[in-house]
Design a protein around this ligand. Structure first.
Ligand code: SF4
Ligand code: FES
Length: 236
């Protein structure tokens, strides 16, 4: 049976609003409904002016990150039934400029990602066929490679809120994914970004990024491993 829930949603249209405000929408929530489905229902049945980003609806594209009851999460992976209270608060991801309503400008997030050169860098001559990797070598980067770049971790980070120049957990986790890839030879190319003023030393172990990650990635472990590599030159 459907249960009535109220969604208190952050609204802001810079073209016509002086300040942001919250608008409440009552929704009949069916069993198993996700927050994304509830938001789509609001757009379809009550208010087509509400803006949000989404695509895959199955925790693959990483585009539906919003703040749900004060925590950055994927709307499509959050069942309404998992949330306490009659009123559910929905806001844009924190620490990012708001474009409209729940849509933020992710440029600072992707700019930081580019700084760590998030791709395989090779310098030795190409082998005749392909660069091989053992299952054991792949296992080392397996968890970190699951990242869908949703931004929930980085926008949960209090250091990033203070300074968008800090690379943030998503970018550093991506650096870990390549630095610890047995085929990669790009350590020197990434060192200035990772060891510099916006790099790994800024992490204060708030662990909010680990809690926020919808893929269960231990981003703090990735940061610590990159930190250790820079300080000691060792990967284990
Ligand atoms: Fe999202 Fe997790 Fe990747 Fe961070 S590490 S961007 S929370 S999937
Ligand atoms: Fe793609 Fe949620 S819509 S991750």
């Amino acid at each position: 049976m459907a249960e009535k829930k109220v969604f208190s949603i952050y609204r802001f249209d810079p073209d016509k609003d002086k300040n942001p405000y919250y608008k409440e929408y009552a929704v009949d929530v069916e069993e198993g409904m996700t927050v994304l489905e509830a938001l789509i229902k609001i757009i379809e049945k009550q208010d087509a002016s509400l803006s949000l980003r989404f695509s895959c609806r199955m925790a693959v594209c990483g585009s539906c990150g919003v703040t749900i009851n004060d925590s950055p999460r994927l709307a499509c992976k959050t069942p309404v039934s998992s949330l306490k209270g009659k009123v559910i608060k929905i806001e844009p991801l924190p620490g990012m400029p708001v474009i409209k309503d729940l849509v933020v400008d992710l440029e600072p997030f992707f700019d930081n990602l580019k700084k760590v050169k998030p791709y395989l860098i090779t310098k030795s001559p190409d082998p005749a066929k392909e660069r091989l990797q053992t299952p054991e070598e792949r296992e080392i980067i397996s968890e970190s490679a699951d990242c869908i770049l949703c931004g929930c971790c980085t926008t949960s980070c209090p250091v990033f809120w203070e300074d968008n120049g800090y690379l943030g957990p998503a970018a550093i986790n991506k650096a870990f994914r390549f630095l610890f890839d047995s085929r990669d030879e790009g350590y020197e190319d990434r060192l200035s970004a990772l060891g510099g003023i916006g790099g790994v030393s800024r992490c204060h172990h708030a662990y909010r990024c680990v809690v926020a990650c919808p893929k269960g990635i231990n981003t703090t472990y990735s940061i610590d491993m990159v930190k250790k590599l820079i300080v000691t030159g060792k990967k284990d």
